[in-house]
Ligand binder design. Structure first.
Ligand code: PXP
Length: 251
C-alpha cells in the first residue's frame, strides 16, 4: 500500500486555547466578542481541505469546551475525531456527542498537551471496555500510543481497529542526534501495526518541516495536526495554513 492519499485531521484545540486565554468561561451567548470563533475555524479548515476535525475536551476544560464539541458535531460535514481520556465520564460524553471516532489518550491535569502515549498494556481491561462500548455505538476507536512493540500488540488485542503513533519524541529529536533512531521506531511501529491489521495514524508535533519525512512512513492513513497549523494561521490565516499542510502531506 502506498501513501497515495494520507488524510489530514486538523486539531483545533489551540485555537480554543487562544480564546480561553482571553474569554475563559464566556459562552457563545456573548456573541462575536468571544473570539476566535471555533466553529468558523472548523468550517474554514474543512473548506481548505481538512478531512476531519479533531478536538480534545479535557477534564479541566482548558481549551475546547463540551459545548464546542456538540456544536462542531452539528455543523461539520467531514469526520469528527474526539480525543478523550479513558474515563467513564468521557465515555458517557462520547456517547452523547457520537463522534465518528474517538482517540483514547492519557491525560493528567499538569501537562500542557498530551505528553506520552497511552499505556494500553497496563490498562488493558479498561481500554478493551472502551473499545467495545464505542463499537456498539458505531464509533471507531483509535489508541494514541508510543511506537512500542508491546503497546501495539496490546492495542490489536484490545479490539481497536486504529492506532495513532505518537510522533512527539521524533518531532522533539528533529534537530538532534537521535532523530534517525526515533524515525526508525515509527517505521518499525507502522509495519507492526499493519502486520496486525491495524489502521495506522500518527500525530503530535508534526509541522511544516518534519512532515516531509513523516509522510514517507509507509501505510499511514491519517495525520492529526494541531499546533503547527494554528501557529501558521497567525501569519497566513487558517485556510492557507490547512491548504499548505494538506499539499505537503501528499507531496
Ligand atoms: N494527536 C493526539 C492524540 C494529540 O493528543 C495531539 C495533541 O493534542 C495531537 C495529535 C496534535 O498534536 P500537535 O498539536 O502537536 O500537532
Amino acid at each position: 500500500m502506498s501513501n497515495a492519499n494520507i488524510l489530514l485531521g486538523v486539531n483545533i484545540d489551540h485555537a480554543a486555547t487562544v480564546r480561553e486565554a482571553r474569554y475563559r468561561g464566556l459562552g457563545q451567548e456573548f456573541g462575536p466578542i468571544v473570539e476566535p470563533d471555533l466553529i468558523e475555524i472548523a468550517l474554514f479548515s474543512e473548506k481548505a481541505g481538512a478531512d476531519g476535525i479533531t478536538v480534545h475536551p479535557r477534564e479541566d476544560g482548558r481549551h475546547v469546551q463540551r459545548s464546542d464539541v456538540l456544536k462542531i458535531r452539528e455543523v461539520i460535514s467531514t469526520r469528527l475525531n474526539m480525543e478523550m481520556a479513558a474515563t467513564d465520564e468521557m465515555m458517557a460524553f462520547a456517547l452523547e456527542v457520537r463522534p465518528d471516532s474517538i482517540c483514547v489518550v492519557p491525560e493528567s491535569r499538569e501537562e500542557v498537551t498530551t505528553e506520552g502515549g497511552l499505556d494500553v498494556a497496563g490498562n488493558f481491561e479498561r481500554v478493551k471496555a472502551i473499545v467495545s462500548t464505542a463499537a456498539s455505538a458505531g464509533i471507531v476507536t483509535s489508541l494514541f500510543i508510543d511506537p512500542d512493540s508491546d503497546q501495539i500488540a496490546a492495542s490489536a488485542d484490545s479490539g481497536a481497529s486504529h492506532i495513532e503513533l505518537h510522533t512527539g519524541a521524533y518531532a522533539n529529536a528533529y534537530y538532534l542526534d537521535n532523530r534517525a533512531d526515533e524515525f526508525d521506531r515509527l517505521l518499525v511501529g507502522a509495519k507492526q501495526g499493519l502486520d496486525l491489521k491495524l489502521t495506522v495514524n500518527a500525530g503530535h508535533g508534526i509541522n511544516y518541516n518534519n512532515i516531509k519525512e513523516v509522510r514517507t512512513i509507509p501505510n499511514l492513513h491519517e495525520l492529526n495536526i494541531g499546533h503547527s497549523i494554528v501557529s501558521r494561521a497567525l501569519f497566513c490565516g487558517i485556510s492557507d495554513a490547512v491548504r499548505e499542510m494538506k499539499s505537503l502531506i501528499n507531496g
